[in-house]
Design a protein around this ligand. Structure first.
Ligand code: FAD
Ligand code: SIN
Length: 530
């Protein structure tokens, strides 16, 4: 029997979204942050390019808004774009106050980079390790705050709703009371109860065979919310980053878009520059266009990768601007990025869809909020503009915090949260077989639900994922809970959500490209909601 752990706020996830929310509410109540690995293991820590915000007089909020809307291909929510980007300069001030050290020029102003789809230099960065610097500063602040407790190696399994809760509740309510959490060290499931629960669990790109994301990106929050009947939107819009390092069999590594912003050119195996053929903006076109250009070039020429060429740029400047990428390429492939060609391929990178929220992070369930990459706020539409994701995490966490600190949670009377049913067996042999499903899901998603899709391929993926989904559910029902099993089950749910959403959109828009429906259609000028 495990005792319940209570707090005013339960934050699931310790990336930029969860930590910045926690820091904003901590003076107003107790905060429990749970994180399924060590706290710093989050997509946030791997962000390279930077965070977009207007910080100069030569730029304007309107230009940032326009660039975001163009990339979003008609599906951005204008109110979300306005809200996030007009307050972005203030959110940058928050980061600086929390101790984030951005790279600055000799005169002390921010050193600004440019990335695909941006009409101006407006990306603040900390060399090529922006996310690691943000995560460092926010975690340090959170660890110092007396109202914040961080539970590492604690994995949320499911949110607690009235379906599990006993007591004097009417069943018609749609309320979140917290989450069941697996303490991986003790191997026990503990109910965490809170007035407000915040899902900030990040993305789900590990559902694809090739991904820029670390292993934590298994879509747990979206899958939990989906199982609880919370509204999910636009899961078909998966962003493939054009340039991850081509290094088969090794852990994937991002080659930041900032290298193209710095002047890097994409060339094929014959050393011909090809992007101008696909778009007038060439290497700095929005990401969906560059990823499709590379995909088309590789398929046409039957080549395994293309190359990023930095050789025409000042070698000392390249190495000092991108020290992390320089070192990684040297260690992994013995190449010098300022002198050698960098082999690159597209890889799954980011989820534009997720748990539907209001501008305040409120989901369709009472007392449940969703923030960061796990959320669908409407900021990105059908394609995210580079470096708008870290800002999304910050901007809507601020809005959510302002809402909840000024709002008393509704009192639903006394509730009794039952213990997790710990019964179940561990069948090692069957687990080995069930675990094979992970590679199968990743292969199916990469092969049939990737950068270019068709109805036939999606239907094929649907049939196969359906069988796998059932197998995993059957195994889950009779087995003792484990972290690997929870993540596998969640990835199967994510695959199902992506395929179902993709099959509903008979057009090509932004990141969703169908060979049988190559054009946009006004009929689909709306979100796909599950
Ligand atoms: P994350 O930072 O991923 O944090 C999620 C947290 O939730 C983690 O702590 C994780 O362990 C925890 N978690 C997940 N599931 C559970 C569970 N079941 N129980 C408990 N804890 C759980 N964006 C930009 O704007 N600019 C960039 O330059 C940029 N570069 C990128 C480079 C790379 C290589 C990658 C992978 C992404 C990049 N992005 C960039 C995207 C951006 O980093 C992410 O979208 C953003 O950091 C997401 O923040 P988050 O707080 O929502 O989630
Ligand atoms: C990059 O550095 O290319 C990633 C930027 C982003 O994902 O926004």
């Amino acid at each position: 029997m495990s005792s319940i752990i209570n707090s005013d706020y339960l934050v699931i996830g310790s990336g930029i979204a969860g930590l910045s929310f926690a820091l904003k509410v901590a003076d107003h109540g107790s905060v429990n942050i749970i994180s399924k690995r060590v706290a710093g293991e989050a997509n946030t820590s791997y962000a390279q390019g930077g965070i977009a915000s207007v910080t100069t007089d030569t730029d304007s909020i309107q230009k940032h808004i326009d660039d975001t809307l163009i990339a979003g291909a008609g599906l951005c929510h204008h109110d979300a774009v306005e809200s996030a980007l007009s307050n972005a300069p203030e959110r940058i001030r928050d980061l600086v106050e929390w101790g984030v050290n951005f790279t600055r020029t000799d005169n002390g102003s921010f050193d600004l980079a440019r990335e695909g789809g941006h009409s101006e230099y407006r990306v603040l960065h900390a060399a090529d390790m922006t996310g690691a610097e943000i995560e460092r500063a926010l975690l340090e602040k959170a660890r110092q705050h007396r109202n914040i407790n961080i539970y590492e190696n604690h994995l949320a399994i499911d949110i607690i709703t009235e379906h599990q809760v006993l007591g004097n509740l009417q069943s018609a309510f749609n309320i979140c009371f917290g989450a069941y959490v697996l303490s991986e060290k003790d191997n026990v499931v503990v109910p965490f109860q809170a007035s407000y629960t915040v899902i900030a669990t990040g993305g789900a790109s590990r559902v694809f065979l090739h991904s820029t994301n670390p292993e934590i990106a298994t879509g747990d929050g979206v899958a939990m919310a989906y199982r609880a009947g919370v509204r999910i939107a636009n899961m078909e819009f998966v962003q493939f980053h054009p340039t991850s390092l081509y290094n088969p069999g090794k852990r994937s590594f991002l080659i930041s878009e900032a290298l193209r912003g710095f002047g890097g050119l994409l060339i094929n195996g014959d050393h011909e520059r090809f992007m101008p053929k696909y778009d007038a903006r060439a290497e700095l076109a929005p990401r969906d266009i560059v990823a499709r250009g590379i995909d088309a070039e590789m398929k046409k020429r039957r080549e395994d990768c293309v190359f990023l060429d930095m050789r025409h740029l000042d070698s000392a400047e390249v190495t000092s601007r991108f020290p992390n990428i320089y070192q990684h390429c040297k260690d992994a492939l013995q190449i010098d990025i300022s002198k050698d060609l960098i082999p690159v391929v597209p890889a799954a990178h980011y989820f534009c869809g997720g748990i539907m929220t209001s501008l305040n992070g409120q989901t369709s369930m009472q007392n449940l909020y969703a923030l960061g990459e796990a959320a669908h706020t409407g900021l990105h539409g059908a394609n995210r503009l580079a470096s708008n994701s870290l800002m999304e995490g910050l901007a809507f966490s601020h809005n959510a915090a302002m809402k909840v600190i000024n709002k008393r949670p509704r009192n639903f009377g006394s509730v009794i949260i039952p213990d997790w049913d710990e019964s179940g067996i561990v069948d090692e042999k069957e687990w080995v077989l069930t675990r094979h499903n992970l590679k199968e899901i990743q292969n199916i998603m990469w092969g049939y639900v990737g950068i270019v899709r068709s109805k036939k391929q999606l239907n094929r993926a649907k049939r196969r994922v359906h069988v796998i989904y059932q197998e995993i559910e059957d195994y889950y029902k009779k087995s003792k809970i484990s972290g690997d099993l929870v993540e596998l089950r969640n990835l199967a749910a994510i695959a199902f959500l992506i395929i179902t959403s993709a099959l509903r959109r008979n057009e090509s828009r932004g990141l969703h490209h169908m060979t049988d429906y190559p054009d946009k259609s006004d009929k689909y000028l709306k979100d796909t909601i599950i």
